[in-house]
Design a protein around this ligand. Structure first.
Ligand code: SF4
Length: 129
């Protein structure tokens, strides 16, 4: 069986600069006072637990990662950054990107899609051009 060729990168995905440019322009990470101040040993209080949950890590925006409907085989659902949360309300999340509605569509994709953390097919393709 012949491997299928990937669909070309949509022209509107080329409006973003290369990955290293995106990361260079991001603001410095927030200081993690609360998390760093947690005790390193012993049990924590409920208040400390709540402070930990309130200190959500900063993530990238849809524009920064070029999040869009997938047109090829690369999709969020094959990406190592993609997680489905269990519990009452099931929703999909991403390690690096937080959409406004907090739900990542498994049939969408961004420039940083990767199934193994080594190959970034949409970024690699862009660099080849
Ligand atoms: S393709 Fe992009 S938005 Fe989707 S899960 Fe992977 S890193 Fe997150």
């Amino acid at each position: 069986m012949q491997p299928r060729a990937l669909d070309p990168v949509p022209s509107d995905s080329k409006k973003n600069p290369p990955a290293h440019e995106i990361f260079k322009n991001l603001s410095a990470p927030r200081k993690r006072k609360k998390r760093d101040s947690l005790p390193q040993e012993g049990r924590v209080s409920f208040q400390e637990y709540e402070e930990l949950l309130a200190d959500r890590p900063q993530k990238l925006t849809a524009e920064q990662v070029n999040y869009r409907k997938a047109e090829g085989e690369e999709k969020c659902r094959i990406c190592i950054h993609f997680f489905t949360q269990g519990g009452g309300e099931r929703r999909n999340t991403c390690e690096i990107f937080r959409p406004e509605n907090e739900h990542v569509d498994s049939e969408f994709v961004c420039d940083f899609v990767t199934s193994d953390g080594k190959k970034y097919p949409l970024l690699d393709k862009e660099e080849e051009e």
